[in-house]
Design a protein around this ligand. Structure first.
Ligand SMILES: [Zn+2]
Length: 309
C-alpha cells in the first residue's frame, strides 16, 4: 500500500499556458519528474477525475457555479473571472479536475488505499468565496472536499490548516458559520486579499495568525506551535485538510515571509503528528500558491518526503 497518493493530471498544465502570470503552468510542469527522481518508497501517482458540478454546489452558490462554468472560453481567447483570475480554453477541465482531485483523494483515504494524499493542482482554490472567483482561484478545492466529507461521510470535526502566505479569505467565507470545520491560517498581514485579522473568529471556529512582513523561521515556528498546533490539540479533529501554499518561502516574489524548505518539513511533520494522534492519519493536502518555481519545487519535495514516511 502506498502511504501517500499524489494526484496530478497534465490538464493542470493547460490552464492559461501562455499568459505571463505568476500562477503559471511552469509551476507544475516539471514536478512529477522531480518527484520520480527522488525514488520515494511509499508513494503512488493517480490521475484525478473531473468533479460533478453538484458536488461544487455544496461549497458555492449554485448560480455562481453554473454561470462560471459557462464563462470558460472555447477558443484561444482569455476570459477574466476577476482581475487576477484569467481562464483559457484548457481551464475548465483543469478546474474540474482540481476540485475532483480532492474528492478522489478523500475516497482513497477513506477506503484505506492510502493514508494521506497530496493533490498538485491548478487552479488553486483558497481565495474562491461562496459566490465569487478571485486571486487565481476559480472554485475552492479544499472547501469542496470538506463539504464532501460532511455530506457523504458525516464528518463534523474537520480541521483546515492553510499555511499559504496569503489569507484564505474564500475558505474563511465558506465556513464562517459552520461549526463542522475549524479554519486555521498563517499569513502575511496586511497583504492581499486584506482579510485575516485576529478579530475574524466566525463561530469560534476561525483561527487567524497574521504575520508581519519579514517574519522568519524561528518566529514562525514558535507561533505555529502556540497558535495552531496547541489549538489543534484542543480541537482533536477527525480529518485534516491542508491548504498547502509555499509562497511564504523567502524566495517567493509575491510576499515577504522568510521561510526555507526545512520549515515546510517542520510544518508537515507537526501536522502529520496531529493527524496520526487524532485522525488515524487521515490527511488531505492540496496545492495553493508558490511562485518561485525552484523554491516551490523543492518545498513540494520536502512536503511529500514527510507525508510518505
Ligand atoms: Zn498565496
Amino acid at each position: 500500500m502506498a502511504i501517500t497518493k499524489i494526484f496530478y493530471h497534465t490538464d493542470f498544465e493547460n490552464h492559461i499556458p501562455t499568459l505571463n502570470n505568476p500562477e503559471c503552468s511552469k509551476r507544475v510542469a516539471n514536478i512529477i519528474n522531480l518527484i520520480k527522481e527522488e525514488n520515494f518508497a511509499n508513494i503512488s501517482f493517480v490521475e484525478p477525475n473531473k468533479i460533478k458540478k453538484e458536488l461544487i454546489y455544496a461549497a458555492h452558490d449554485k448560480n455562481f457555479v453554473d454561470e462560471t462554468l459557462n464563462k470558460f472560453p472555447e477558443n484561444d481567447e482569455i476570459v477574466y473571472l476577476d482581475q487576477e483570475t484569467p481562464v483559457s480554453q484548457g481551464s475548465k477541465d483543469a478546474t474540474l479536475r482540481a476540485a475532483g482531485a480532492g474528492i478522489d483523494a478523500v475516497e482513497s483515504i477513506l477506503d484505506g488505499s492510502c493514508k494521506n494524499a497530496f493533490c498538485i493542482v491548478r487552479p488553486p482554490g483558497h481565495h474562491a468565496c461562496i459566490d465569487r472567483s478571485m486571486g487565481f482561484c476559480v472554485f475552492n478545492n479544499v472547501a469542496v472536499a470538506a463539504h464532501y466529507l460532511i455530506n457523504k461521510y458525516s464528518f463534523s470535526n474537520i480541521a483546515i490548516i492553510d499555511f499559504d502566505v496569503h489569507h484564505g479569505n474564500g475558505t474563511q467565507d465558506i465556513f464562517y458559520n459552520n461549526k463542522n470545520v475549524n479554519y486555521y491560517s498563517t499569513h502575511q498581514f496586511p497583504l492581499y486579499p486584506g482579510t485575516g485579522d485576529l478579530n475574524e473568529t466566525g463561530v469560534g471556529n476561525i483561527f487567524n495568525v497574521p504575520l508581519v512582513s519579514g517574519t522568519a523561521s524561528d518566529t514562525y515556528k514558535k507561533l505555529f506551535q502556540e497558535k495552531i498546533i496547541n489549538q489543534l490539540k484542543i480541537q482533536k479533529p477527525d480529518f485534516m485538510i491542508i491548504s498547502a501554499g509555499f509562497d511564504a518561502h523567502s524566495a517567493d516574489p509575491l510576499a515577504n515571509i522568510n521561510l526555507v524548505e526545512n520549515d515546510f518539513s517542520y510544518i508537515t511533520d507537526q501536522l502529520k503528528m496531529i493527524a496520526n494522534n487524532y485522525c488515524e492519519g487521515r490527511l488531505l493536502s492540496m496545492l495553493e500558491g508558490g511562485y518561485d518555481i525552484n523554491a516551490l519545487e523543492q518545498s513540494i519535495l520536502t512536503h511529500i518526503k514527510i507525508l510518505q514516511t
